[in-house]
Design a protein around this ligand. Sequence first.
Ligand SMILES: [Zn+2]
Ligand SMILES: [Zn+2]
Length: 261
Amino acid sequence: MKLKVLGCYGGQLLGFRLTSFLINDSILLDAGSPTEALSLEEQHGIRHICLSHTHLDHIKDIAFLADNRSLKRLGGNKGNRTIHVHSLPANNATLRRDFLNSHIWPDFTAIPSADDAILQLHDISAEQPFEIDGVRITAIDVNHPVPCTGFLVEFEGKQLIYSADTGVTDRIWEIANQQPNLKAVILDCSFPNAYQRLADISGHMTPQGVKRELQKFNAVGRVPVYLYHMKPETLNVITAEVEALNVPHLRMLTQVDELLF
Ligand SMILES: [Zn+2]
Ligand SMILES: [Zn+2]
């Protein structure tokens, strides 16, 4: 499995892109930054988006990815043009009502026509695995102010867990502990410790919260845990606080990371 970090931050600043991970060149976990991070040719390779939730920092580039794809379609290239979005029914309903509603952005689920659209939204259910491009995906409910799932990603007998945006949560650790060949966990760590109250209200974690969460994880110290969603303007403080935790194989992702399992 190849995981390329396109963006791993919980805020957008010069040089810091929003959350998006590319699996095996064709599957996105969230879509905060693919059109900023990928060439047009690389964007055209994307066939699926597993969407954790509908906060803007995770859906933003669904809009621009669809727009770029539509130009390829109108140019007469019919190859692999549909982008399949997989998310909870509540999230797909929000995308239709509040985002792809012809006011905020064109309804690419009906362009050029409903049965041959640039975007197709697929309802998924928590803990009901599905397979896309040979990769098995299982959504797992997590703890955020809107409906949100992390994802278990399985390919060639190896597993990856992506928590998505979450505060204190339990089920994803139970599932992580059941995996026979877990290679990595990608975990929310948005704010420095001084912002614990804000983290609790907004459904995110701090370094001290990460340390508490990792008590639920049997493979801590053996399986790497990569933190993402850091607020860029507080990155120096979060970095120092994560280092002070002194947990082996715990580190923050960066935008140049490409993980191979
Ligand atoms: Zn969020
Ligand atoms: Zn977010």
